[in-house]
Write a protein that binds this ligand. Structure first.
Ligand code: NAD
Ligand code: DAU
Length: 344
C-alpha cells in the first residue's frame, strides 16, 4: 500500500480518510476526483502542500485516464469513495447515479483487473433496503435497495463481488452506516439541520421523523476501512457502523441541545418518496478484526453539530452559492405547506 489512489478524496468521507491515512501510513496518495458540487479542494486545505498527496481532477468513468494514472504512479491499491451520494438528488435526477456509481466503479474494476491492482470499494447499508424491527443486517443478507442511489450502490457492490468470483481480483468491500462529522456537504440531514439551527432557519423533518438511522462518526468509518485494508480477508464484505440506532427526531434533539437551538424551528414536511424506515447493521465481523468504534452515535451527532458551529468559514460560502437553488427546489414548497410550531 505504497501508492494509493483515493477516488472521491475531496468529498466528505474521502477527505477524512486521506487525512487519517496520511497521518499513520507511509504512502503516497493520489486523489482522483471529478470535483462535483460535493467535491471540494478546501476539504483537504491543510494538506495540499504535503509532497505525499496529489490531486488528479477527473472522472472515474474515464478509463484511459484511470489506466494512465495507475500506470504512471505504480498504484497498488484503489480505495473507491467516488460516488453521487445523496438520496434526494437521486430522486430528482437519477441517471448520473448510474453513470458514476455503476459504470464508474466498473471502469475501476476493469483497470484494476488489467493491471493487477487491489480495489477496496466503499458501499453502504442502504443496499440492504428497509430493515424490519428485530433484525440487523449481516453481510450475507440479500441486497434489496429501494432508491435510485441505493440501487446504483447495490449494482456496484455486486459488480465488485463478481470480479472477485469470476476473475479472482483482490477486492474488499465495506458497507458503511450514516456517517456524520467534519466536511459533510450540507444537503445531508445532520449538517443541514446544524447549519439551519445556527442560522435560525426551519429544520425540515421528513414525515413523522421516526425513521431509524445509525449515525456513526466518520472517524470510525475511516478506522473500519483501515482495519479491513490491513487485516480483512480478500473477497469479503464488512459492515461498518456502531450497531446502534436512533430516530431522526432524537438526532434533531441532540443537534438543537448542542447548539442551543429553538425547538420551534422543527417542521414536519412531506416525506421523501420511498423513504427507508430503518437501517441497522450487525458489525460483529469487522469487530472480529480488532476494530471498535470510538464514538457513540449521540456523541457523534453532537460533535458534528459543534464542528459546524466552529467552522462557518467552510459552509457559509457553500450555502450562499449553487446549493441555494437545490434548497429552494427541495424545500421551499415543502416548508410553505408545513404547519409551524409542531411539537417534536
Ligand atoms: P460526497 O458526496 O461527500 O463525496 C463524493 C466525492 O466523489 C466528491 O468528492 C465528488 O466530487 C466525487 N465524485 C463524484 N462523481 C465522481 C466521478 N464520476 N469521478 C470522480 N469523482 C467523483 O460523498 P461521501 O458522503 O463522502 O461518500 C463517499 C462514499 O461513501 C460514497 O461511495 C458513498 O456511497 C459511501 N457512503 C457514504 C455514507 C455517508 O453517510 N455519507 C455512508 C456509507 C457509505
Ligand atoms: O446510510 C448510509 C447513507 O447515509 C449513505 O449511503 C448516503 O450516501 C448518505 O447520504 C446517507 O443517506 P440518508 O438518506 O440516510 O441520509 P440523509 O442525511 O439524507 O438523511 C438522514 C435521515 O434524515 C433520513 O431518514 C432522511 C432524513 N432527512 C433528511 C434530510 C436531508 C430529513 O428528515 N430531512 C431532510 O431534509
Amino acid at each position: 500500500m505504497r501508492n494509493i489512489i483515493v477516488t472521491g478524496g475531496c468529498g466528505f468521507i474521502g477527505s477524512n480518510f486521506v487525512r487519517y491515512w496520511l497521518d499513520r501510513h507511509a504512502s503516497h496518495v493520489t486523489v482522483l476526483d471529478k470535483l462535483t458540487y460535493a467535491g471540494r479542494r478546501e476539504n483537504l486545505h491543510d494538506l495540499w502542500g504535503d509532497p505525499r498527496l496529489s490531486l488528479v481532477e477527473g472522472d472515474i468513468g474515464d478509463q484511459a485516464l484511470v489506466r494512465r494514472v495507475c500506470r504512471e504512479r505504480n498504484v497498488d491499491l484503489i480505495v473507491n469513495f467516488a460516488a453521487e451520494t445523496h438520496v434526494d438528488q437521486s430522486i430528482l435526477g437519477p441517471l448520473v447515479f448510474t453513470d458514476t456509481n455503476v459504470r464508474g466503479t466498473h471502469v475501476l474494476l476493469e483497470v484494476a483487473r488489467e493491471l493487477g491492482i487491489r480495489l477496496h470499494h466503499v458501499s453502504t447499508d442502504e443496499v440492504y433496503g428497509h430493515i424490519p424491527d428485530g433484525h440487523q443486517s449481516v453481510e450475507t443478507d440479500p441486497l434489496a435497495a429501494r432508491s435510485p442511489y441505493a440501487a446504483s450502490k447495490a449494482a456496484a457492490d455486486q459488480l465488485v463481488q463478481a470480479y472477485y468470483i469470476t476473475y479472482g481480483l483482490p477486492v474488499t468491500i465495506t458497507r458503511g452506516a450514516n456517517n456524520v462529522g467534519p466536511y459533510q456537504y450540507p444537503e445531508k440531514a445532520v449538517p443541514l439541520f446544524s447549519t439551519n439551527a445556527i442560522l435560525g432557519e426551519p429544520l425540515p423533518v421528513y414525515g413523522d421523523g421516526r425513521q431509524m438511522r445509525d449515525y456513526a462518526h466518520v472517524h470510525d468509518h475511516c478506522t473500519g476501512i483501515e482495519a479491513v485494508l490491513l487485516r480483512g480477508e480478500i473477497g469479503q464484505v464488512y459492515n461498518v457502523g456502531t450497531g446502534r440506532e436512533m430516530t431522526n427526531l432524537e438526532m434533531v434533539d441532540i443537534v438543537l441541545d448542542t447548539l442551543g437551538g429553538d425547538r420551534g424551528l422543527v417542521r414536519h414536511v412531506t416525506d421523501r418518496p420511498g423513504h427507508d424506515r430503518r437501517y441497522s447493521m450487525n458489525v460483529d465481523k469487522v469487530r472480529a478484526l480488532g476494530w471498535e468504534p470510538r464514538y457513540d452515535p449521540r456523541e457523534a451527532v453532537a460533535e458534528a453539530a459543534r464542528w459546524y458551529a466552529g467552522n462557518r468559514w467552510w459552509w457559509e460560502p457553500i450555502r450562499s452559492g449553487a446549493f441555494r437553488e437545490y434548497y429552494e427546489r427541495q424545500y421551499v414548497r415543502r416548508l410553505a405547506s408545513a404547519p409551524t410550531g409542531q411539537p417534536s
